[in-house]
Structure formats: structure tokens, C-alpha cells
Design a binder for this molecule. Structure first.
Ligand code: HEC
Ligand code: HEC
Ligand code: HEC
Length: 460
């Protein structure tokens, strides 16, 4: 008995010496690397890839009966959250990881949530030490301020994942004026009844406020209409990202049989060409005349002017501490503390990544709405529709939260009627936390401060 105790004791001593030595050499090694190499070293030596890459090399105990359940589940969940292999690839190629990836890693370091505790219990050499945390946080700050910051925040907020909205983008004013007309032109639709503004009215925050839009001949679509305001700032267009930019997007609705139902550009152009005033204006800007390419170019140029800066929240970030009241400020703090600002980031507070819907619980299995029409089933596939890659199934472009208080109902399926509903769904399916009603209310109050201004007046 004594012998056993002694050898256990000796093992413990040796174990902690090995541990200390590894920590020591690790710290020494870190000093030798350049910044990007340091980051790679920290991510790989702490086994982040075990759970955050598409085809992880499973650690040896993954096949142990008890560990297996934990590990498989963690790998699936971990990969749905963040793909660290692609971050390392980006670094290798001399690229900066996305704004979203930086925010996610930052938050996991601040919360000290990674690797999950049950994993570090199994595998003791895999949690970040203080020095590694510091290196990571500094690297994130540097990259954010170098690549992503627009410099509009006051020094207090200069390094936040969320940023104030810029006032404008550079545009060609003549194209904007023409594009605004075309945006409101019902001749783009087969029956001359619908324009872009029918579903994206600028008087109702750029949306139709319906669960599913009503297209030509009163047909009902299968996905909620997002707002056109600030869409210029998104990485791509549509919930599934199937249009690379605004111009590509604008070529979709005119020929969507559930939206505007036209058959060809020729059909639309034949109608527009009968309008001498429009045609003269068109030719003065596009000497080569009407074409799908030119029409969508003008509409896209107009949409670049649909930015909504100067919300109360923007004023707050820019340094006016009185622009928000105490509860709203607490709401913003809760928004950050509960990981919301790891996906809803940047100046659009979203629109920068495709995220799996239902990371911590199965959203689609528990959703009450029936996907009883093919169009809904197709739309539910998310980013897969753009890439045909099964890893993108049920991933959706994170919506921008700008003006979100004005754009109910919410989510791609339009099932969340209020911001409170949407917040509860996010907490349950994307974050894995439950908050008190009081805290949820504060987050909602914060989101109510995101209504910005268009042409000098606050959106309604
Ligand atoms: C054993 C598997 C495992 C390992 C190893 C692991 N993670 Fe995770 N990670 C997860 C899981 C599971 C989640 C989902 C959230 C949860 O359950 O806590 C997650 C979530 C995350 C998130 C999302 C935000 C958050 O904090 O929840 C980030 C960022 C992250 N991990 C980074 C890392 C980094 C960096 C490392 C290496 C230091 C790492 N992970 C190692 C399993 C793992
Ligand atoms: C019948 C209603 C309807 C009409 C008409 C319509 N849209 Fe949309 N719009 C939608 C719906 C629904 C979506 C979402 C579709 C999806 O993601 O698959 C959408 C998506 C968009 C987006 C993407 C925003 C984002 O955040 O991804 C933009 C931009 C947009 N529409 C602009 C336009 C323009 C420009 C026109 C006119 C050429 C137009 N829409 C006509 C309903 C409509
Ligand atoms: C892992 C990434 C992620 C996190 C974390 C996250 N969201 Fe989301 N959020 C999304 C995605 C993706 C959607 C769209 C999902 C869909 O439509 O199926 C969304 C949708 C929303 C919407 C609806 C917006 C609209 O226009 O329809 C609101 C509001 C929202 N999130 C708020 C929050 C809040 C508040 C938190 C924190 C409690 C949060 N989100 C955390 C990714 C995330």
C-alpha cells in the first residue's frame, strides 16, 4: 500500500516537472517565432485543431468508450463554431483571418472557454497560459486596427469588434440617380406591378415586414426579405450568399418566377426603350445603351448610397457617452459578453460570415414552422445553395443588426416575431446560454438604438 502511494507520489512529482518543463520550453520557443508563427504555434500546440478542423486527426483516447461521446460531439460542435484550420491556412498565405474569426478567438480567450474544461481534464497540456493569451490578444488587436478598423470609434472603443457605420461610400452620382429610378420601376416585372421597392420599400426600413414576400400574381416566396439598407457592406448577397455583390444580386429578382417573373432582359428593355426620357438619361451614362449589365450596374450604384449612419449607438461609439442610457449600455455589454458580437461584428454588426444555424441545439428539428413547400426546403439549405458543399448546409449569412428593430419578423424563415424572440433563439441555438428576462430585455433595448439615418432622418 505504502509502495503504491509512494509511486503515485513520485509520478505526480515527475508529472508536474515535465509539465513545468514543457511550459518553460514552450515559452522559450514562443520568443523565437515571428508573430504569425507564434499564433500558429499557439493554436496547434494547444490542440485547437483537434476539434476545429473539418477532418481532425483524432487524439488517441477518442476511441475510449467514455471519451468517445464527448469527443465526437465536441468536434462537431467545435467545427460548426469556427474552422481553425482555415485560419492557419490564411496565415500561411499571408492573409488576415476574417473579422469574425478574430472576434471569436478573442472572446474565447477573454472567457477562457477554450479548450472546454472537460477536454483539458483529459489532456492537461492544452490550455493557453497567460503569455500565450497575451500574445493572441495583441495579435488580434493589431490585425483589427490595421485591416478592419475604420477609425471612427473614440479611443475607448477603438478595439471593439463592433464599429460605427461610415457615412458614405464613393459613388457615381449620375448612376445613382438613374439607379434610384430603376429601383422604383415596375417595368422590371412581367405584369408591370412590382418594383424592387415593392418588397424593399425605403419608407419601411427596406423590407416588406412579411414572413415571406409576396411576388407576382400574389405568389408567396419561401424566405424572409432582408433589408437593402447597408447591404453594400455585406460579404455577399442573399441569406445563402449566392450573389457575389449587389450587381449580381440585382439580376436575380426580375427573373425569379416567385418575385418579378420577367422572362429576359430583352423583354424588360423593350418596355424601357419606349420611354424617351429614361432612354436619353440611360444613353448619357451608358453610351452602349440598355443591357442587363448596365441596368444592374446602376441599381447597385444606387444601393451603395443606402447606408444609415448616426444611430444613437454610433454616436456612443464615437464618444458621446450620453447617447445611450444606462440600460442600453448594459445591453451592449451583455451583447458582447454573451458572444453576440462574435458573429454580429464590424460596422454592419453582421453580414461578414456564414454561420451554422443551430450550433448548440438542433434548430430545424425543434422549429415549429413546417417546411411543407419545396421552396422552403431549398432555402433552408443555406450557403450550400451557393457552394454545393455539404459543409455549408444550414449555414446562413449572419444578418446585419443595423435598423433591426424596424425589420420584424426575423430569421431567414421569418419565424421570430419580436427581437425578444430572436434573442431567445440566438441564446438557445447559437450561444448555448439562458439569461434572465431582465438581461434579455436589456439586449433588446440595446438593439433598439441601432436605427440609423437615411437622407438626414432616422429610419422608421
Ligand atoms: C475538445 C474539443 C475542443 C478543443 C480542443 C478546442 N475547442 Fe474550441 N470549441 C469546442 C466546442 C465544443 C465549442 C462550442 C462551444 C462550447 O461547447 O463551449 C467550441 C467553441 C469555440 C469558439 C467559439 C466561441 C466560444 O468561446 O465558445 C472558439 C473561438 C474556439 N472554440 C476556439 C478554440 C481555440 C482557440 C482552441 C485552442 C486553444 C480550441 N477552441 C480548442 C471544442 C473544442
Ligand atoms: C417579391 C419581393 C421582392 C422583390 C420584388 C425584390 N426582392 Fe430583393 N429580396 C427579396 C427576398 C425574399 C430576398 C431574400 C432571398 C434569398 O436570400 O434567397 C431578397 C434579397 C435581396 C437582397 C439581399 C440582401 C442581403 O442582405 O443579402 C438585396 C440587396 C435585394 N433583395 C435587392 C433587391 C433589388 C435591387 C430588387 C429589384 C431588382 C429586389 N430586391 C426585388 C424579396 C424581393
Ligand atoms: C454563431 C454566430 C452567431 C451568434 C453567436 C449570434 N448570432 Fe444572431 N444570428 C446569426 C445567424 C446566422 C442568424 C440568422 C439565422 C437564420 O436566419 O436562420 C442570426 C440572426 C439574428 C437576429 C435576427 C436578425 C434578422 O434580421 O432576422 C437577431 C436579432 C440576432 N441574431 C441577435 C443575436 C444576439 C442578441 C446574439 C447574442 C445573444 C446573437 N445574435 C448571437 C449568427 C449568430
Amino acid at each position: 500500500m505504502k509502495k503504491i502511494l509512494l509511486s503515485v507520489g513520485a509520478l505526480l512529482v515527475i508529472g508536474s516537472m515535465v509539465f513545468a518543463y514543457q511550459r518553460y520550453t514552450n515559452a522559450k520557443e514562443l520568443d523565437r517565432f515571428t508573430s504569425n508563427e507564434q499564433i500558429k504555434h499557439i493554436l496547434t500546440s494547444n490542440r485547437c485543431l483537434d476539434c476545429h478542423s473539418q477532418s481532425p486527426e483524432l487524439p488517441f483516447y477518442a476511441s475510449f468508450p467514455i471519451a468517445e461521446g464527448i469527443i465526437q460531439e465536441d468536434i462537431q460542435k467545435g467545427y460548426k463554431y469556427i474552422d481553425i484550420e482555415s485560419i492557419i491556412e490564411a496565415i500561411d498565405n499571408g492573409n488576415t483571418p476574417s473579422e469574425v474569426d478574430l472576434a471569436k478567438i478573442e472572446q474565447s480567450i477573454i472567457n477562457q472557454s477554450m479548450p472546454p474544461a472537460k477536454f483539458t481534464a483529459l489532456h492537461w497540456h492544452s490550455s493557453l497560459d497567460e503569455k500565450e493569451r497575451e500574445i493572441m490578444l495583441n495579435w488580434i488587436k493589431e490585425n483589427r486596427s490595421k485591416i478592419y478598423s475604420n477609425g471612427l470609434s473614440s479611443s475607448t472603443f477603438a478595439n471593439e469588434a463592433v464599429q460605427p457605420l461610415i457615412d458614405s461610400l464613393a459613388v457615381n452620382p449620375a448612376k445613382v440617380a438613374l439607379g434610384e429610378k430603376l429601383y422604383h420601376d415596375t417595368r422590371l416585372s412581367k405584369d408591370n406591378n412590382l418594383s424592387c421597392a415593392t418588397c424593399h420599400s425605403l419608407d419601411s426600413a427596406g423590407v416588406d415586414r412579411l414572413q415571406f414576400s409576396k411576388g407576382i400574381y400574389d405568389q408567396i416566396g419561401g424566405i424572409n426579405a432582408p433589408t437593402v439598407f447597408n447591404a453594400a457592406l455585406h460579404i455577399a448577397q442573399f441569406w445563402d450568399g449566392r450573389a457575389a455583390d449587389l450587381q449580381a444580386q440585382a439580376g436575380g429578382p426580375p427573373f425569379d418566377m416567385l418575385e418579378m417573373g420577367s422572362e429576359s432582359w430583352d423583354e424588360i428593355i423593350a418596355k424601357l426603350a419606349k420611354d424617351p426620357e429614361l432612354t436619353a438619361e440611360f444613353l448619357s451614362i451608358y453610351p452602349d445603351g440598355y443591357s442587363g449589365n448596365n441596368i444592374t450596374d446602376a441599381i447597385a450604384e444606387f444601393e451603395k448610397t443606402l447606408l444609415t449612419p448616426n444611430s444613437r449607438f454610433d454616436l456612443y461609439l464615437k464618444g458621446d457617452a450620453t447617447a445611450l442610457n444606462q440600460e442600453e449600455i448594459e445591453g451592449y455589454e451583455l451583447f458582447k459578453a454573451n458572444n453576440c458580437a462574435t458573429c454580429h461584428v464590424g460596422q454592419a454588426i453582421g453580414g461578414q460570415s456564414y454561420e451554422y444555424m443551430g450550433i448548440v441545439a438542433d434548430y430545424f428539428a425543434e422549429r415549429e414552422m413546417k417546411a411543407d413547400r419545396d421552396i422552403i426546403k431549398t432555402k433552408d439549405q443555406g450557403h450550400f445553395n451557393a457552394t454545393n458543399d455539404t459543409k455549408d448546409l444550414q449555414r446562413f449569412k449572419t444578418p446585419s443588426l443595423r435598423n433591426v428593430a424596424l425589420t420584424a419578423p426575423y430569421l431567414h424563415d421569418g419565424t421570430a416575431e419580436t427581437l425578444e424572440d430572436a434573442t431567445r433563439i440566438m441564446l438557445k441555438y447559437q450561444v448555448g446560454k439562458s439569461l434572465s428576462d431582465e438581461d434579455i430585455n436589456k439586449i433588446v433595448l440595446f438593439m433598439n438604438t441601432l436605427n440609423g439615418q437615411y437622407k438626414g432622418s432616422t429610419l422608421k
